[in-house]
Design a binder for this molecule. Structure first.
Ligand code: UDP
Length: 261
């Protein structure tokens, strides 16, 4: 493979220079980290699953009119994306109390919230991504009031869509984290969804059993991390495509993925 210029390396992804100006290649690694990278492991196959799951969700969101950075999947681990200027905020949307909210407010995990709640965290590893308010965001110039309005409205649309999407496959969307970026087209700036949406950044509980199908399996040493991610991918219907059959030669498939008669 040609040497590509690495633009940025994060905990679970690498960004490379894209084939055209204004594009990047987002590469999903198998690394899993938690507690600001104090805990680290390799979960073989996680990157491939997250690439697929995130692609599926971003494409679906695009179809309902949510602008995203996703352009196309390039291979098992990589997707072509639009280059954006990331707004330095982690935007968390919550439907049910869990994780840091449950701890902070003394709520029992699993308690439904009176309504969906949006929280902002300032992206700064050195500071452990502190929670911030709109006051901090505007005072320090991380985003304007108009941008915050747009981010909140997009986050709620994404939440409404994802709650329904996951409920349809027997999964309760407890909470998730998204990131947004500024994208310029002919001097026009608009805010678009960036980063990824995968079990790495969502809490997903099986409706019937309340089993966790997300990164909490890693954070809390519950085991079966890859199996949980596979289950999410399988239910979304993204697992079976493009899997070379073991021991067989190449199989001719039509553009819609079916074998020709
Ligand atoms: N989250 C994330 N990255 C972070 C922090 C949180 O993707 O750096 C996600 C997390 O997976 C969960 C949601 O945001 O779905 C809310 O996380 P919470 O604030 O409860 O923090 P945690 O308990 O994960 O530390």
């Amino acid at each position: 493979m040609n040497k590509r210029r690495r633009i940025y390396e994060g905990k679970a992804k690498v960004l490379y220079e894209g084939p055209e100006p204004g594009t990047l290649i987002q590469h999903f690694k198998d690394d899993a980290t938690a507690f600001n990278a104090k805990k680290h492991a390799l979960i073989e196959g996680k990157g491939v699953l997250n690439n697929r799951i995130s692609e599926y969700i971003f494409v679906k969101l695009g179809e309902i009119g949510v602008p995203t950075h996703f352009m196309r999947r390039m291979n098992m681990r990589e997707q072509l994306i639009r280059e954006v200027e990331i707004i330095p905020l982690e935007v968390v949307v919550r439907n049910v109390a869990a994780g840091s909210l449950a701890t902070r407010l003394g709520l029992e995990e699993g308690t439904a919230l009176p309504r969906s709640i949006i929280e902002f965290y300032y992206k700064a590893d050195k500071l452990n991504d502190p929670m911030v308010s709109e006051e901090h965001i505007t005072a320090f110039g991380w985003a304007t009031p108009q941008e915050i309005d747009e981010v909140m409205s997009l986050a709620l649309r994404i939440n409404d869509f994802l709650v329904g999407l996951f409920l349809g496959i027997g999964i309760r969307l407890i909470d998730f984290k998204v990131e947004f970026g500024r994208h310029w087209e002919n001097d026009q700036m608009r805010i678009i969804l960036a980063d990824e949406i995968s079990p790495d950044c969502c809490r997903l509980w099986d409706v019937a059993t309340a089993n966790k199908l997300d990164k909490d399996r890693f954070r809390r040493d519950l085991g079966g991390v890859l199996e949980a991610y596979q289950e999410v991918a399988r239910r979304l219907g993204v697992l079976t495509e493009n899997r070379p059959p073991k021991g067989a030669g190449p199989v001719l498939v039509t553009s819609n993925g079916t074998k020709p008669n």
